[in-house]
Design a protein around this ligand. Structure first.
Ligand code: RFL
Ligand code: PHB
Length: 428
């Protein structure tokens, strides 16, 4: 739905952002009978073609199936039972089901998941407004007061708050305009560059950050995958990752220095470097199958968390509240886990009036977020070549990789984290 004169002005839950977090939350709320509206600054084509994540944890797969958005994923996704670690020209396979209680992962691109959720939403879901750029939130207070109107289900609801957004011209020749959407709760699913978290008073926000002295050069190539599972490689020349999108499309990454210009990496240089970094004595003749490179970009790496994830009637979910470096394949899966916890809390709030789950939302999510931060940081530090490191640190990396290869406990720790921890971890 583009913005028309019929754009809603009142809803129970206003969702900012149509990435995986916003779209899935809308689906879960709609299925529970809670009305909501999604506002997305970009157009549909942009949202559906953005190249991002590729690995869905078992839990994410289960959530998508339960939400009725798993049909194409089950037909076209590639279930994977392990990954291969390469280091010091050696290869070691991590077998997920035997190490992580039968769990596995699914290779299914985030772009495809987003397309599936957009299609479902446009058929029978709550309103989704593209090219609706949120510019501000008004009427927020620290406490969720309950002096407002009755909620959609007749229970006493909180006083409303308002989202202000820009929309394109409603008629040919007219200029763009602004509009408001009044909501009982607002959810900021607007990613790392979003605006929702700015509505939280600066003095109440705590941020924690780690940047890394390297980036990833990522390519999408029309070439069959290197191998039938993902390969994570440590090499003296830097990290490399061989992933895939389908039996005919590969997604590959190389560690490069921060500030690298992709133009300095002609296609042949990329393929040669991937072959060198991924080389293994287990199969000395092994080489990647090459094909046309259809996308090439440089991605910086960052660990970042903002606490708390709630301020009164504003809740944050996904990349709006936390970022991980992609080495552990956790970002999208964390976004999914957040909105599962949040949907339960919002349903409880609007059906029974209880704020118990909502009050626990930030703490519940942050415990899992910090585990994923730790795992992503550990995988990143283990596999990349830090230019400031000495030979001593390199020996420590190789020693730890060897430990993972020879200790079931160490391998199980990796497998459990990679395939995904339970959505709500047990309380301390
Ligand atoms: P998104 O996907 O960034 O969506 C946010 C949406 O909000 C919109 N928006 C606004 N809308 C209205 N008004 C405004 N003012 C707005 N400001 C922003 C944006 O246009 C956008 O549509 O956040 P969300 O939903 O939280 O999802 C998070 C994931 O996208 C992200 O964590 C993952 O892509 C991270 N990630 C990976 N995660 C995994 O779980 N597994 C992986 O294998 C994986 N690989 C990756 C990745 C991220 C990568 N990049 C590009 C950093 C690989 C890469 C290369
Ligand atoms: C991807 O396929 O894009 C991908 C896979 C695994 C990662 C990061 C990215 O750790």
């Amino acid at each position: 739905m583009r913005h028309t004169t019929k754009a809603p002005t009142r809803t129970t839950i206003g969702i900012i952002g149509a990435g995986p977090a916003g779209l899935l939350l809308a689906r879960l709320l709609h299925d529970a009978g809670i009305d909501c509206v999604v506002l997305e600054s970009r157009d549909r084509a942009y949202v559906e073609q953005r190249q991002r994540a590729g690995i869905l944890e078992q839990t994410t797969v289960d959530v998508l199936r339960a939400a009725g958005a798993g049909g194409r994923m089950d037909r076209e996704g590639l279930p994977h039972d392990g990954i291969e670690l390469r280091y010091d020209r050696r290869s070691h396979r991590i077998d997920f089901p035997s190490l992580a209680g039968g769990r596995r992962v699914m290779v299914y691109a985030q772009t495809e998941m987003v397309k599936d959720l957009v299609a479902r939403q446009l058929i029978d879901g709550p309103p989704l407004l593209f090219e609706a750029e949120v510019t501000g939130i008004e009427g927020l207070r620290a406490a969720e007061d309950t002096t407002g109107m009755k909620g959609a289900t007749g229970t006493k609801g909180p006083a409303p708050t308002t989202i202000r957004y820009r929309h394109p011209a409603r008629e040919p020749g007219a200029g763009s305009g602004t509009a408001t959407l009044t909501c009982d709760h607002i959810v900021g699913c607007d990613g790392f560059h979003g605006v929702a978290r700015d509505a939280i008073p600066a003095g109440l926000r705590r941020t924690y950050e780690r940047t890394y002295p390297y980036s990833w050069l990522g390519i999408l190539a029309q070439a069959p995958p290197a191998y039938d599972e993902l390969i994570y490689a440590h090499s003296s020349r830097g990290f490399a990752l061989a992933s895939m999108r389908s039996p005919t499309v590969s997604r590959l990454y190389l560690q490069v220095p921060n500030g690298t210009d992709p133009a300095d990496w002609p296609d042949a240089r990329i393929w040669d470097e991937l072959d060198t970094r991924l080389a293994t004595d287990a199969d000395p003749a092994w080489k990647l199958e090459r094909g046309p490179i259809v996308a090439k970009s440089v991605l910086p790496m960052r660990s970042w968390v903002m606490e708390p994830m709630r301020y009164g009637r504003l809740l944050l979910a996904g990349d709006a509240a936390h970022i991980v470096p992609p080495t552990g394949a956790k970002g999208l899966n964390l976004a999914v886990a957040d909105v599962v916890v949040l949907a339960r809390a919002l349903v409880q709030r609007h059906v029974t009036g209880s704020t118990e789950l909502l009050d626990a939302y930030s703490e519940t999510c942050l415990r899992r977020v910090w585990r994923a931060e730790h795992f992503s940081y550990t995988m990143t530090e283990l596999l990349h070549t830090d230019p400031a490191h000495s030979a001593f640190e390199t020996r420590l990396q190789l020693s730890q990789l060897d430990r993972i290869a020879h200790s079931r406990h160490a391998a199980a720790e990796l497998a459990e984290n990679y395939t995904g921890l339970p959505i709500a971890p047990p309380s301390p």
